[in-house]
Design a protein around this ligand. Sequence first.
Ligand code: OOG
Ligand code: NI
Length: 305
Amino acid sequence: MPTTTYNRKGLEYVLDGLMRRYQERVPDVMAVINAMIGEDIISRPGDIENDHIAFRTMGVPHLGIASLEKIFQHFGYSRRDPYFFPEKKLNAYWYSPPAPEFPRIFISELRVPDLSPAAQVTIRNYTDTVKSDPVDALDLDQPEAVDQFLHSALWQTPTLADYQSLSAESEYAAWVIYNRYYLNHFTVSVHNLPEGYDTIAGFNAFLERKGFRLNDAGGKIKTSPDGKLSQSSTVAGMVTATFAGGETLPIAGSYVEFAERKVLDQFSDLSKTAIKREHRREGFEAGNADKIFESTYNTQTQRQG
Ligand code: OOG
Ligand code: NI
């Protein structure tokens, strides 16, 4: 790992700002944390290891991954492996943090040119007002400015009709046109939790006992082919969206994810206390991610039972 110099305080400020808005919008965040405290799994919210956070973006000129990634690269993050989701028409990368106490970041992007001409026009009607990369105009050494940027509108509030027509073709497109850079999820690392809660199977059982609804696309546990990365997630709660004409509609907001990274075979003889992040399975898995995206899709949010 190269040594990087980065603004640690600034990064903490930006991540705290993201988490604060996310907690306010997503009741499941505090509900999960409080359930963990109530069950003595942790004693305070700060005990949770955040495996990663995730953003969604529009792949159009001046926006998308190429724009948003610059913020996190400035704070010492490094771009890692690419992922491609042909059916959902998405690209993604993950980013490793400058120090292991910070979360990884997963940024995806809608492949707008792959959509129908009509959907492209609808999206470009909003995003074409952005004439240059807004991140280039930001002073990245001012964490307050970055925090503001991540929570302000990049384009006009969509109309209900545009939201609905986009949603019919790409639920991801509809999610981004309304929700923008709001945090899509944070992720509780389960492998360092007390026994019984330190596997996705055990943690899911706890969550369901507490009444949380889990995304069941591809099964409630998504596991990589190497068997070393297992993930699950809640179904996104609904937020009341207010559209350009003043109409309101409950739409999918954000969700909470859970991840278990197993120790790599070459470190299998390490004692439990010697195991650090670098000894565990890194990165992401396209097959898992493909199903996790559906945490905000109608097939999950409108599911009965
Ligand atoms: C991201 C879905 C993928 C993961 O950990 O693989 C993901 C999203 O829903 O935007 O988070
Ligand atoms: Ni994730």
